[in-house]
Write a protein that binds this ligand. Structure first.
Ligand SMILES: [Zn+2]
Length: 526
């Protein structure tokens, strides 16, 4: 149901905040999140006593409506109203108001935040500050390009909003074109290349930046997660202000800002057996920047099954490994080295064992280097070796690889002919299928380490860190059904398997980890 006041407006009259909020009253909604932007009395050390807003109305109304549409698509909201003033405003006046009603406060807050951020960045609005000393100045005119013509302002203030940078594309690549191994022809190859980055985290961040800067013409990013504060020390694609936002969108925005001459495609999904065949069909090369064995084996298998090279990197503490699976070479695949993945939980991930940001930084950069060598046809591609490097000692080892005749995937008599479909074991519970009442029946056991728990706190959970977990002698008993929770659902899966092997029947693992329970607590609170 759409409400009478749902949309973007420009107003020459003072805003009546109370009436605006009342216009969004909705008996089916649990939350109204609103934002008020006020005119303040100083800016950049100067005393301000008024503001003049000039708005290019036809474009602002269209762009405002588009922003609200985007917010409606991204978030579950009942209605959104946003209104921007134009004309003269006094100190303390409300210049912009955004209100969002939704069944859930989290969606309302996020949609409100999205609308105000986009309005600030995208709307063709100019601000003239009037200072107490009697002078006035236009400020904040650096809008990103919206493609409109240059336009003059009343006092002769004029500027363009051209989306294209003020230099030619060839200037961007001048230093690498100078290399005879690249040259104009190599730059054309880079422009034509299509590279998919799976996982926009610690490895995918430097890899994406380097490939975008080198001019890889089409970069795809497959990522499903939202940015958390603890990602920032190694995921250098993002800014602190991006926390809580979908990584894939922030990553695409950053890469496009770095290089406006390339195309960045978004795949907002977890890579799995269902979507990988379609994804591999769209790209010439794939970088595996994921952090779990299930996905690594899926990508490695897809390399051979669909004939697309995959550059893989893995990090453990200060050590990293790199290999290129090239179906055209005789260096073999991941299963030639290790026929099956290790059990989940055996080797800790970044959240459990910790990592310095430079370690994935190094290896993500090496992945980009491999990609450029493959695209440009340069020698030294790591398709017959596995590289192991320790970032502390700086010792590297290159281990020769050969196709194994007994490999289940690329050997003489392969037994793997398709990507493994994800199986949900009977002991794995999906948070989407749990109600608050169902959840209350379980003893929730939080397996995360102490320093991980603030990210998505579970105050009602019993804390039993996985680093000290012993299935033969757990810190909790079986007097109630147990729901094991960790950060992503891998440690809890491992612990549930181990406890079931010890004879526990009523023990379950939560798919997706603590964050997947967030919606249940919102429901309970509202
Ligand atoms: Zn193989």
């Amino acid at each position: 149901m759409s409400l009478p006041f749902d949309g973007f407006e420009i107003s020459g009259e003072p805003l009546d905040i109370r009436a605006l909020a009342a216009s969004l009253t909705d008996r089916t909604a649990g939350a109204l999140a609103s934002f008020e932007g006020w005119v303040r009395d100083h800016n950049d050390g100067r005393q301000v006593d008024g503001l003049d807003y000039e708005i290019f109305a036809p474009l602002a109304l269209a762009e405002g409506a588009a922003i609200l549409d985007e917010a409606r698509q991204k978030y579950k909201v009942n209605a959104i109203r946003a209104i921007h003033r134009h004309g003269m405003l006094a100190i303390g006046d409300c210049a912009v108001w955004v209100g969002v009603v939704s069944a859930h406060r989290d969606e309302a807050f996020r949609a409100c935040r999205y609308v105000i951020d986009e309005v600030k960045h995208r709307l063709p609005i100019w601000k003239k500050e009037h200072y107490r000393d009697g002078t006035a100045e236009w400020v904040n005119c650096q809008h990103p390009g919206t493609g409109q013509e240059d336009h003059a302002h009343g006092d002769g203030h004029s500027h363009g909003h051209d989306p294209a940078p003020a230099f030619a594309e060839s200037d961007f690549y001048a230093r690498q074109i100078r290399l005879p191994e690249v040259g104009e022809a190599g730059q054309v190859k880079l422009k034509a290349a299509r590279v998919l980055i799976v996982g926009a985290g610690g490895l995918g961040s430097p890899a994406g930046l380097m490939l975008a800067a080198a001019g890889v013409g089409t970069i795809g990013i497959a990522e499903f997660d939202t940015l958390e504060a603890s990602n920032l020390h190694r995921q250098v694609l993002y800014a602190a202000a991006d926390v809580g936002q979908p990584k894939v969108e922030m990553a695409a925005k950053r890469l496009k800002a770095l290089n406006p001459f390339i195309d960045v495609k978004i795949h907002a999904a977890k890579a799995d057996a269902a979507n990988l065949p379609g994804l591999f069909g769209q790209y010439d090369l794939v970088l595996d920047c994921t952090d779990n064995f299930t996905t690594k084996y899926l990508l490695a298998d897809a390399a051979v099954l669909y004939g697309v090279p995959v550059v893989q990197a893995s990090i453990h503490r200060f050590e990293g490994q790199l290999l290129t699976i090239d179906p055209a070479s005789d260096g073999g695949c991941l299963r030639c080295l290790w026929p099956a993945p290790p059990p989940e939980g055996l080797i800790g991930n970044c959240a459990e064992v910790g990592v310095l940001g430079v370690t994935p930084g190094l290896f993500g950069t090496l992945q980009a280097s491999e990609a450029l060598k493959i695209i440009l046809g340069l020698p030294g591609i790591l398709n017959r070796h596995l590289l192991i490097m320790d970032a502390l000692s700086l010792e590297t080892r290159r281990i020769a690889r050969r196709r194994d005749a007994d490999c289940p995937l690329c050997g003489a008599n392969p037994t793997i002919h398709a990507l493994a479909k994800p199986e949900t074991a009977a002991f794995e519970l999906d948070a989407a299928a749990l109600s608050p009442q169902a959840l209350a029946r379980y003893r929730i056991v939080d397996l995360r380490e102490a320093d991980e728990r603030s990210e998505h706190p579970l105050p009602q959970a019993f804390h039993a860190p996985f680093s000290r977990f012993d299935a033969a002698n757990p810190a909790f008993d079986a007097s109630r059904p147990v729901l094991l929770v960790c950060a992503a659902g891998r440690r809890s899966q491992s612990a549930a398997q181990q406890l079931r092997a010890q004879g526990w029947n009523d023990v379950f693992s939560l798919i997706g980890g603590a964050k997947s329970l967030a919606h249940l607590f919102h429901q309970a609170a509202e």
